[in-house]
Design a protein around this ligand. Structure first.
Ligand code: IFM
Length: 660
């Protein structure tokens, strides 16, 4: 078993659309789903350009002031993978065999398909392909067509067709049913509403040749797509060599070696591979919730980046982390405009967006998740702590200050302290509540950070005092009778959800119950209070009591949940449970545990699986540039070996069960 190669055998019997997602390739700019060369009916081919979207008006039955105005939908551009094939003018084929091997070590996908005509003429179509990390405009293919048992005329051709972005007829709010018509002028394509354009640089081909039995017809093809009009024309060989070198560097600084479970080893590498592939690198694009591997969530960016993905990048590839944070800096003006529109001071980042404007049409589970401001500040702080890059923070301090100003205006001082009302926390099955613990803790952390930064930079000294004071007085709800942290002011007064009489096929609840039914009950979609316990120091007995109360109420309907419960279970020393949660997170897409890998990978969960290993089993934290670890290895894992880069210095760490 090669733990760097993912094959079809590793994933078992899975739908065409699942395979397209899992074997998808991307380079931060361009993403290509691994669709079949001869298009199958049930296939959803996909080529995406990060941050390239079309917009259209959101039509509300009942509109209200300040609602998000426009959808932004990442456009599925072309089908660059399907070909037209014929043998002696026969173009109907049966796919008789297929093997797919994703070489994650090199960043190259190797596929072999055997196609057969009714007459039994069999041709082997071998494809090696990659989205280049050296030249991010390129999707490169090397094609070999071999006549296995016939001599005859083979014709293979490729025309780039536009494809519909329509994903399916099913009711599922997590995907969008929309098709987009691009305007073509030469090699320039424009989305009419957003006004965004991209350029292509490739020729269609039509190759016809008489081949003898056993003979192979070989050629390479480069497809280039870019937001810029200028292209360079590298060779396939040069790009391939660079690809291998770039991936070697990536693994040298990011790999995690797990001794004890080879399936998990492959699973975690698969996750790291996708994380590396889908992260935007240009400061104007970010990390879509589904990476660049599918149309789920329309290519939107959420808090997923800051809370689930950035820890991995900050600790292993700070340059990528910096680009992702720079994206937030670049959209700060939109966040300032949004706060103003809603009647508040400072800046409020959009819950889901591509261009910085709010595109969540359902504010109770969208805009109301104002914790995103503090999530972003948290990620800036972590970046500073781990990299020591204070210059970047100082330069972009206005982002921290402007978002802090929002808290002071949105929250208010009462007899109980600084309260924040009418918010939705991470748990999207509880909406529009007062004093969500996660939000208040995160806002508190944000306000302390802003106050420290202002003091250091000698700016806004009067406001800094208010920020500090509000942080000090932040209201934190606690239930004396139960001795547990209150998720919010009203959660503990709600009726418990009837789990016993909820059949398995009624999950995820969001697809089967009206929000009102869900919101009025004690039921969680994902880690909320427990996520705060992962991030902040709290007495361990308190964490244990909260864990035991909230976990049984959590459906884990969100893919962002299990990894966090796993980390906190590690913190509690419950290694068996931690391992169970971690395992489900680590192989979530490989096993399609969420049932919708067809829409794209669950990127946040992939980052969560890194957290499970590094924050959870290795207990890593950094204070004043010093790394500390705590050995929480479960019995199934003998050792963990990984590298982190702290203040520019690479450190290899080994957590070993013998040294427990
Ligand atoms: O950001 C998440 C949210 O927390 C749960 N629903 C899915 C979103 C995108 O991954």
């Amino acid at each position: 078993m090669n733990d760097f190669i993912l094959t079809l055998e590793d994933i078992g019997n899975r739908s065409v659309q699942n395979i397209e997602t899992l074997f998808a390739q991307a380079n931060g700019a361009l993403g290509v789903r691994a669709s079949l060369p001869i298009k199958a009916k049930e296939s959803t081919p996909g080529i995406f350009l990060n941050a390239f979207y079309e917009s259209h008006d959101i039509v509300y039955g009942e509109n209200a002031y300040g609602y998000a105005k426009q959808h932004q939908t990442m456009v599925n551009l072309f089908d660059l993978r399907s070909i037209e094939l014929s043998i002696d003018d026969v173009s109907e084929f049966l796919l008789v065999d297929q093997s797919v091997a994703l070489d994650m070590k090199k960043g190259i996908l190797k596929e072999t398909y055997l196609y057969q005509t009714k007459e039994g003429k069999t041709i082997e179509y071998r494809l090696e392909s990659f989205t280049s990390h050296f030249d991010r405009t390129v999707y490169a293919q090397k094609i070999d067509l071999k006549a296995l048992n016939f001599s005859g005329e083979v014709e293979v051709s490729k025309k780039a067709q536009k494809i519909s972005t329509k994903q399916g007829e099913d009711f599922d709010p997590r995907i969008k049913d929309a098709s987009v018509e691009l305007i073509q002028t030469g090699n320039k394509y424009t989305a009419p509403n957003s006004g965004l354009s991209f350029y292509t640089h490739f020729d269609s081909y039509d190759k016809k040749q008489y081949v003898e039995e056993g003979q192979t017809l070989s050629f390479t093809q480069l497809y280039q797509i870019s937001r810029e009009a200028e292209f360079t024309s590298p060779s396939y060989e040069e790009l391939e060599a660079k690809q291998i070198a770039i991936f070697a560097d990536f693994w040298a600084i990011s790999d995690i070696e797990i001794d004890g479970d080879r399936h998990l080893q492959k699973g975690i590498r698969f996750n790291l591979y996708h994380l590396f592939n889908s992260a935007g690198r240009d400061g104007h694009s970010n990390f879509c919730a589904k990476g660049l591997t599918g149309e789920g969530y329309e290519g939107h960016y959420f808090w997923d980046t800051e809370m689930y993905l950035l820890p991995f990048f900050i600790y292993t590839q700070p340059e990528i982390a910096k680009s992702l944070l720079s994206y937030r800096v670049n959209i700060l003006p939109k966040a300032q405009a949004r706060a103003k529109e809603l009647g508040f001071k400072g800046a409020l980042f959009a819950w889901r967006t591509i261009n910085g404007e709010e595109t969540s049409a359902y504010y109770p589970a969208g805009t109301a998740q104002v914790h995103i401001n503090a999530d972003i500040a948290f990620a800036f702080e972590l970046y500073e702590k781990v990299t020591g890059d204070t210059a970047f923070i100082d330069e972009n301090c206005e982002l921290i200050f402007e978002t802090a100003r929002f808290w002071l205006d949105y929250g208010f001082m009462s007899k109980r302290g600084f309260e924040i009302h009418e918010v939705t926390g991470p748990d999207e099955y509880t909406a529009l509540v007062n004093n969500n613990y996660y939000t208040n803790k995160m806002a508190q952390n944000h306000l302390y950070y802003a106050a420290r930064l202002a003091k250091k930079l000698k700016k806004y000294e009067k406001e800094a005092v208010e920020w500090f004071d509000s942080a000090e007085k932040m209201y934190i709800g606690f239930d004396q009778a139960l001795q547990i942290t209150q998720q919010d002011d009203s959660f503990l007064m709600k009726e418990p959800w009837d789990f016993e009489h909820t059949p398995k096929d009624r999950y995820p609840l969001l697809l089967h119950f009206h929000p009102m039914k869900i919101y009025k009950h004690q039921v969680l979609k994902q880690a909320d209070t427990i996520l705060a316990h992962m991030l902040f120091d709290t007495p361990i007995e308190q964490i244990a009591r909260d864990f035991d109360f909230y976990e049984p109420l959590t459906t884990h309907d969100s893919s962002l949940s299990k990894a966090i419960y796993g980390v906190v279970a590690s913190k509690l020393g419950r290694s068996e449970l931690a391992y169970r949660f971690f395992k489900e997170a680590a192989i979530m897409d490989l096993e399609d545990f969420q049932g919708n890998a067809s829409h794209g990978i669950h990127a946040a969960n992939m980052g969560g699986s890194w957290l499970g290993l590094i924050y959870g089993f290795a207990g890593l934290s950094v204070e004043n540039g010093e790394v500390t670890t705590k050995n929480h290895l479960p019995k199934e894992i003998k050792s963990l070996k990984f590298t982190v880069t702290i203040r520019g210095v690479k450190q290899q760490l080994v957590i070993d069960s013998y040294k427990k």
